[in-house]
Design a protein around this ligand. Sequence first.
Ligand SMILES: Nc1ncnc2c1ncn2[C@@H]1O[C@H](COP(=O)(O)OP(=O)(O)OP(=O)(O)O)[C@@H](O)[C@H]1O
Ligand SMILES: [Mg+2]
Length: 435
Amino acid sequence: MKSFSVKRSSTSTYGSLLEKIEILRSTLRWASKFERSEIQNLLQQCNAIRDETVMQFRKERFVQATTSGLAEADNEELEPLSRRPPRRVSAAQRRQALVDRSFVFEGVFGESPKLLEALEIGEKAAPTDLPVLIDGESGTGKELLAKVIHANGKRAGMPLISVNCGAIPDNLLESELFGHKKGAFTGATSDRKGMFETADKGTIFLDEVGDLPLHGQVKLLRVLQSNELQRVGSDHAINVDTRIVAATNKDLKVLSEKGEFREDLYYRLSVLHVTLPPLRERRDEIPLLIEFFSDEAAEQLQRSPVRLTPRLRHHLLDYPYPGNVRELRNIIFRLSCLADQSADIEHLPETVRPKTDQLSKLTAGVSTEGLSLTEMRKHASEAAELRFLEQGLHEVSGKVVELARRSGMSRSYLQTLMKKHGLSAKGFRVQRDSS
Ligand SMILES: Nc1ncnc2c1ncn2[C@@H]1O[C@H](COP(=O)(O)OP(=O)(O)OP(=O)(O)O)[C@@H](O)[C@H]1O
Ligand SMILES: [Mg+2]
């Protein structure tokens, strides 16, 4: 049976994908029966085509986003010289340049200058063996950037070992990182490699490096200085060729000033220092990320990309995202899982919903530009429903039974409407109490 490599290729084109589908088709057309192993092989080929198509699709989206930005940049060229702003390389051009240089993005998406700067530093750092320190708030993409640095360098085919320095109990730390010799301590029944040796020729990602206890910091410094380590209980030095990328959401400089992190280790680790900006400092990217994650969720959940009601979109564009990109991604995956066609406030986790008193402003304030007449009618009717509920619940201090009695509507219908608008009776009780 004819088959092709199932290895993922980052350079596949639609032409080569079609060719593979044709090979598959002719195999199926001419075969009268298949053995189990042949079916397995065919399935593998189908999976390979699917994976390549997904990769090609992602790359296209990236290029598309890039070229739309380039068109804007090109238009600038039509301005007379006197009115032209000083030549700046646009975000789109910088991103396109990365694409042209076959940069491996590992799923990183975005176009803020600070993110692009981090990617460009990552690109330059990748082929070297210099240690890189990545800092930034939780959920800003530090681990993702570590993957990018590994994937773009000469160590890409070798292991990338991730260690959460804060999660290893103190007494096991040295053995986990550097290994141990048989009999070094109770329970050490055989020689064992540590994570540094496992990552030999590859990269070790030291996550939450700020949580590394001082005795671990001393050992780490020694490896950084000499490229050698000693397993616990052994006096034999072992050479290791492991590239170090470390991450933290703490300020190591401040920790070192307080004596909680060794200053010499800080300088060794931060030969290249990259800070990832929180999402609130790159709000312009939120619409792009919403679209990106909706597509990703649609792909994973085998559904069409979730649509957001105008008021939900408005709220998501305004929300502060203390959990950064991770929080935004989680929200979109949740909406994609819970909502049918279109998602609304009710599908948000409670902690993310707008406050009761913001809801009607949000609904009323949403732009209806570009909506069809049917959509505008729906929007107006929802805004009226919401105003009715808010006023009514306020008057009865959140007692749904009382509102049902006064309005002649059933309690369960009122509750359905409240759920739809993400309203909770409790919110109205609290309001009355605190006034
Ligand atoms: N620019 C981005 N484009 C696409 N996905 C992103 C981006 N930044 C972060 N993510 C996604 O957000 C989630 C969190 O990213 P990551 O684990 O790298 O963050 P982190 O900074 O290491 O967080 P923590 O400090 O909590 O460990 C992941 O699912 C990651 O894929
Ligand atoms: Mg992390």
